[in-house]
Design a protein around this ligand. Sequence first.
Ligand SMILES: N[C@@H](CCC(=O)N[C@@H](CS)C(=O)NCC(=O)O)C(=O)O
Length: 242
Amino acid sequence: MIKLYVVPGSNPSMSARLALEHKGLKYERVDLIPTIHMAFLRLAGFPAPTVPALRIDSRRVQGSLAVIRALEELRPEPPLFPGDPEGRRRVEEAERWGEAVLQPIPRRLAWWALRRERKALRSFAEGAALHVPIGLAIHAAGPIIRFEIRTHGATDESVQADLRALPETLSRIDACIERGVIGGATPNAADFQIAPSVRLLMCPDQLRPRVAERPCGRLAARLLPEFPGRIGPVLPPTWLPG
Ligand SMILES: N[C@@H](CCC(=O)N[C@@H](CS)C(=O)NCC(=O)O)C(=O)O
């Protein structure tokens, strides 16, 4: 029995979903409300408060990197990493950067923006089974948004800095595609780590056109044609990258 605990719109949760689907593994998805998910995960026996959280029978695995490796071990085919050592090294390097550096950028941006446009939560919940009326969840979301902003350091300063660096960040991903590390005919672990973060960056209306036409935007749209979340023009125009 495989169970995956996710939060709607969570980029690393989407990495785990992509990997499970790539492997053709049957699984049950449990959609959790952010913040409340932490208590839920503890009750479900997970040691850490983050999603993705995976249960394979009695084994519990958390963190997108660990989840990917557990799935690779469980079902080696089709592989998530190249067979040759140099190819694997390059994919793992891109994957690690995707997890440690790229992943927090759209997460900070999304929580910052949701504080300014709480109703956008409705679009993030599309397709999720939250077992709570969405109107009620939006109404009660103020403390959750404030908590997530604190947890992830989604301050004006950090979001502004992320946006200033965005052209460079996206160029790095485009260069990865150019070098063939990601973006090949068969996606690998680095594709599955990076594409959900790029796709989340395309949720704000003001950023979508700046990302969608780039190689990284096209890759994200190819791997994730369906992705929840749409954020209106809440970013100060002076913060937007040129
Ligand atoms: N780098 C970790 C990040 C996990 C993470 O921070 N997930 C968020 C949702 S996107 C979460 O569970 N946040 C709650 C918390 O940090 O306590 C991974 O790749 O799994």
